[in-house]
Ligand binder design. Structure first.
Ligand code: SAH
Length: 217
Protein backbone atom coordinates (compact mmCIF):
# COMPACT_ATOMS: atom_id res chain seq x y z
CA UNK A 1 0.00 0.00 0.00
CA UNK A 2 1.36 3.48 -0.80
CA UNK A 3 2.93 5.25 2.18
CA UNK A 4 0.26 7.96 2.12
CA UNK A 5 -2.52 5.40 2.76
CA UNK A 6 -0.81 3.66 5.67
CA UNK A 7 -2.97 3.99 8.78
CA UNK A 8 -1.44 6.15 11.52
CA UNK A 9 0.51 4.21 14.19
CA UNK A 10 -2.13 4.70 16.91
CA UNK A 11 -4.75 3.05 14.68
CA UNK A 12 -2.43 0.13 13.94
CA UNK A 13 -1.83 -0.30 17.69
CA UNK A 14 -5.58 -0.15 18.27
CA UNK A 15 -6.16 -3.16 15.98
CA UNK A 16 -3.10 -4.98 17.28
CA UNK A 17 -4.23 -4.60 20.90
CA UNK A 18 -7.67 -6.02 20.13
CA UNK A 19 -6.08 -9.07 18.48
CA UNK A 20 -3.57 -9.48 21.29
CA UNK A 21 -6.37 -9.48 23.84
CA UNK A 22 -8.12 -12.26 21.96
CA UNK A 23 -10.60 -10.67 19.56
CA UNK A 24 -10.48 -12.97 16.53
CA UNK A 25 -13.79 -12.45 14.69
CA UNK A 26 -12.71 -10.79 11.43
CA UNK A 27 -16.04 -9.05 10.87
CA UNK A 28 -15.84 -7.49 14.36
CA UNK A 29 -12.23 -6.39 13.78
CA UNK A 30 -13.22 -4.84 10.45
CA UNK A 31 -16.11 -2.96 12.08
CA UNK A 32 -13.75 -1.68 14.80
CA UNK A 33 -11.40 -0.52 12.04
CA UNK A 34 -14.15 1.15 10.02
CA UNK A 35 -15.71 3.26 12.80
CA UNK A 36 -13.61 6.31 13.79
CA UNK A 37 -13.68 6.33 17.62
CA UNK A 38 -12.17 9.84 17.67
CA UNK A 39 -15.47 11.08 16.19
CA UNK A 40 -17.36 9.90 19.33
CA UNK A 41 -15.17 11.35 22.11
CA UNK A 42 -14.99 14.87 23.50
CA UNK A 43 -12.70 17.30 21.64
CA UNK A 44 -10.10 17.35 24.43
CA UNK A 45 -9.85 13.52 24.33
CA UNK A 46 -9.28 13.12 20.58
CA UNK A 47 -5.61 12.32 21.13
CA UNK A 48 -6.56 9.44 23.44
CA UNK A 49 -9.38 8.06 21.26
CA UNK A 50 -7.38 5.04 20.06
CA UNK A 51 -6.03 4.08 23.48
CA UNK A 52 -7.72 1.06 25.07
CA UNK A 53 -9.48 3.03 27.76
CA UNK A 54 -12.96 4.29 28.64
CA UNK A 55 -13.36 8.08 28.35
CA UNK A 56 -15.80 10.61 29.80
CA UNK A 57 -18.62 11.95 27.61
CA UNK A 58 -21.41 14.46 28.38
CA UNK A 59 -23.92 13.98 31.25
CA UNK A 60 -21.32 12.26 33.45
CA UNK A 61 -21.40 9.10 31.31
CA UNK A 62 -18.63 7.16 29.55
CA UNK A 63 -17.75 5.69 26.17
CA UNK A 64 -16.65 2.13 26.92
CA UNK A 65 -13.15 0.77 26.53
CA UNK A 66 -12.61 -0.45 22.92
CA UNK A 67 -11.70 -3.98 24.05
CA UNK A 68 -14.99 -4.30 25.96
CA UNK A 69 -16.95 -2.99 22.94
CA UNK A 70 -15.23 -5.53 20.67
CA UNK A 71 -15.62 -8.36 23.21
CA UNK A 72 -19.33 -7.76 23.79
CA UNK A 73 -19.90 -7.46 20.04
CA UNK A 74 -18.05 -10.72 19.41
CA UNK A 75 -20.08 -12.49 22.10
CA UNK A 76 -23.31 -11.39 20.39
CA UNK A 77 -22.47 -13.55 17.33
CA UNK A 78 -24.28 -11.16 15.01
CA UNK A 79 -25.68 -12.17 11.65
CA UNK A 80 -26.43 -9.73 8.81
CA UNK A 81 -30.21 -10.25 9.13
CA UNK A 82 -30.36 -9.56 12.87
CA UNK A 83 -32.41 -6.87 14.56
CA UNK A 84 -30.57 -5.59 17.64
CA UNK A 85 -31.56 -3.58 20.71
CA UNK A 86 -28.97 -1.57 22.61
CA UNK A 87 -29.75 -0.03 25.99
CA UNK A 88 -27.44 2.89 26.76
CA UNK A 89 -26.62 4.78 23.54
CA UNK A 90 -24.10 7.11 25.23
CA UNK A 91 -21.86 8.46 22.46
CA UNK A 92 -23.34 6.15 19.82
CA UNK A 93 -20.02 4.34 19.28
CA UNK A 94 -21.23 0.85 20.14
CA UNK A 95 -24.34 1.40 18.00
CA UNK A 96 -22.12 2.37 15.03
CA UNK A 97 -20.13 -0.86 15.45
CA UNK A 98 -23.36 -2.89 15.61
CA UNK A 99 -24.71 -1.13 12.52
CA UNK A 100 -21.91 -2.61 10.40
CA UNK A 101 -22.77 -6.17 11.45
CA UNK A 102 -26.55 -6.47 11.43
CA UNK A 103 -29.70 -5.35 9.63
CA UNK A 104 -31.18 -2.92 12.13
CA UNK A 105 -30.28 -1.35 15.48
CA UNK A 106 -32.63 0.30 17.95
CA UNK A 107 -30.65 2.09 20.65
CA UNK A 108 -32.24 3.70 23.72
CA UNK A 109 -30.75 6.51 25.85
CA UNK A 110 -32.25 8.27 28.89
CA UNK A 111 -30.38 11.60 28.41
CA UNK A 112 -31.75 13.84 25.65
CA UNK A 113 -28.37 15.53 25.12
CA UNK A 114 -26.67 12.20 24.49
CA UNK A 115 -29.49 10.81 22.33
CA UNK A 116 -29.50 13.94 20.14
CA UNK A 117 -25.75 14.10 19.65
CA UNK A 118 -25.47 10.34 19.01
CA UNK A 119 -28.25 10.58 16.42
CA UNK A 120 -26.41 13.43 14.68
CA UNK A 121 -23.09 11.55 14.66
CA UNK A 122 -24.63 8.34 13.37
CA UNK A 123 -26.37 10.35 10.65
CA UNK A 124 -23.08 11.96 9.59
CA UNK A 125 -21.46 8.53 9.39
CA UNK A 126 -24.40 7.26 7.31
CA UNK A 127 -25.33 4.58 9.82
CA UNK A 128 -28.82 4.64 8.36
CA UNK A 129 -29.90 1.35 9.94
CA UNK A 130 -29.68 2.79 13.48
CA UNK A 131 -32.62 4.40 15.26
CA UNK A 132 -31.85 6.38 18.42
CA UNK A 133 -34.72 6.63 20.89
CA UNK A 134 -34.93 8.87 23.94
CA UNK A 135 -36.39 6.53 26.52
CA UNK A 136 -35.94 4.13 29.40
CA UNK A 137 -34.41 0.74 28.77
CA UNK A 138 -36.41 -0.59 31.74
CA UNK A 139 -39.62 0.42 29.97
CA UNK A 140 -39.29 -0.41 26.29
CA UNK A 141 -42.30 0.54 24.15
CA UNK A 142 -44.46 -2.51 23.44
CA UNK A 143 -44.47 -1.59 19.75
CA UNK A 144 -40.69 -2.03 19.54
CA UNK A 145 -41.23 -5.78 19.18
CA UNK A 146 -38.79 -8.65 19.66
CA UNK A 147 -35.03 -8.72 19.01
CA UNK A 148 -32.50 -11.27 17.81
CA UNK A 149 -29.85 -9.71 20.04
CA UNK A 150 -29.91 -7.35 23.03
CA UNK A 151 -26.86 -5.53 24.39
CA UNK A 152 -27.01 -3.54 27.62
CA UNK A 153 -24.15 -1.08 28.11
CA UNK A 154 -25.04 0.16 31.62
CA UNK A 155 -24.82 -1.91 34.81
CA UNK A 156 -28.03 -3.60 35.92
CA UNK A 157 -28.47 -5.06 39.42
CA UNK A 158 -30.49 -7.82 37.79
CA UNK A 159 -31.68 -8.51 34.26
CA UNK A 160 -35.42 -7.74 34.24
CA UNK A 161 -37.64 -10.59 32.99
CA UNK A 162 -39.30 -8.05 30.73
CA UNK A 163 -35.98 -7.57 28.95
CA UNK A 164 -35.03 -11.22 28.39
CA UNK A 165 -38.66 -11.67 27.34
CA UNK A 166 -37.88 -9.46 24.33
CA UNK A 167 -35.52 -12.08 22.88
CA UNK A 168 -36.55 -13.99 19.78
CA UNK A 169 -36.09 -17.78 20.00
CA UNK A 170 -32.36 -18.42 19.57
CA UNK A 171 -31.71 -14.87 20.75
CA UNK A 172 -28.75 -13.69 22.85
CA UNK A 173 -28.60 -10.93 25.45
CA UNK A 174 -25.37 -9.53 26.93
CA UNK A 175 -25.45 -7.28 30.01
CA UNK A 176 -23.17 -6.15 32.83
CA UNK A 177 -24.85 -7.34 36.03
CA UNK A 178 -23.91 -6.36 39.56
CA UNK A 179 -23.81 -3.55 42.11
CA UNK A 180 -23.73 0.03 40.84
CA UNK A 181 -20.61 1.04 42.70
CA UNK A 182 -18.22 -1.75 41.98
CA UNK A 183 -17.35 -4.50 39.58
CA UNK A 184 -20.01 -6.24 37.56
CA UNK A 185 -19.98 -9.52 35.67
CA UNK A 186 -20.81 -9.62 32.02
CA UNK A 187 -23.71 -12.06 31.66
CA UNK A 188 -24.75 -13.81 28.47
CA UNK A 189 -28.33 -15.05 28.31
CA UNK A 190 -29.32 -17.31 25.43
CA UNK A 191 -32.94 -18.13 24.69
CA UNK A 192 -33.02 -21.81 23.73
CA UNK A 193 -35.85 -24.33 23.33
CA UNK A 194 -35.15 -25.43 26.93
CA UNK A 195 -35.52 -21.87 28.28
CA UNK A 196 -33.02 -19.17 29.25
CA UNK A 197 -29.38 -20.27 29.57
CA UNK A 198 -27.21 -17.94 31.62
CA UNK A 199 -23.41 -17.80 31.47
CA UNK A 200 -20.92 -15.58 33.30
CA UNK A 201 -18.22 -14.10 31.04
CA UNK A 202 -15.75 -11.56 32.47
CA UNK A 203 -15.60 -8.83 35.11
CA UNK A 204 -16.35 -5.33 33.85
CA UNK A 205 -17.13 -1.82 35.13
CA UNK A 206 -19.99 0.18 33.68
CA UNK A 207 -21.92 3.27 34.74
CA UNK A 208 -25.26 2.34 36.32
CA UNK A 209 -28.51 1.78 34.44
CA UNK A 210 -31.01 4.13 36.08
CA UNK A 211 -34.79 4.07 35.65
CA UNK A 212 -36.73 6.76 33.83
CA UNK A 213 -35.81 9.45 31.31
CA UNK A 214 -33.23 11.77 32.93
CA UNK A 215 -34.78 15.00 34.23
CA UNK A 216 -31.65 17.01 33.54
CA UNK A 217 -30.74 17.38 29.85
N1 SAH B 1 -22.73 2.33 24.58
C1 SAH B 1 -22.24 3.66 24.89
C2 SAH B 1 -21.69 3.78 26.30
C3 SAH B 1 -22.75 3.61 27.30
S1 SAH B 1 -22.54 4.44 28.83
C4 SAH B 1 -21.18 4.11 23.90
O1 SAH B 1 -20.82 3.34 23.00
O2 SAH B 1 -20.74 5.26 24.01
C5 SAH B 1 -24.12 3.96 29.46
C6 SAH B 1 -25.26 4.79 28.94
O3 SAH B 1 -26.46 4.19 29.42
C7 SAH B 1 -25.28 6.22 29.49
O4 SAH B 1 -25.33 7.12 28.44
C8 SAH B 1 -26.55 6.27 30.34
O5 SAH B 1 -27.19 7.51 30.34
C9 SAH B 1 -27.40 5.20 29.68
N2 SAH B 1 -28.46 4.64 30.51
C10 SAH B 1 -28.44 4.33 31.83
N3 SAH B 1 -29.63 3.85 32.23
C11 SAH B 1 -30.44 3.81 31.13
C12 SAH B 1 -31.79 3.41 30.88
N4 SAH B 1 -32.57 2.95 31.87
N5 SAH B 1 -32.28 3.53 29.64
C13 SAH B 1 -31.51 4.02 28.62
N6 SAH B 1 -30.23 4.41 28.79
C14 SAH B 1 -29.70 4.31 30.03
Amino acid sequence: MPAAEKPPPEKMMFQLNLRRRGISDQAVLRAMEAVPRDFFVQAQDRGDAFRDTALGIACGQTISQPFVVAYMTEQLQLKPDHRVLEIGTGSGYQAAILSKLCRQVLTIERFRTLADSARARLGQLRCDNVEVLLGDGFDIPAGAGQFDRIIVTAAMVEIPDGLSGRLEPGGILIAPVGPHNGTQVLIRVARTDAGLERKELVDVRFVPALPGIAREL
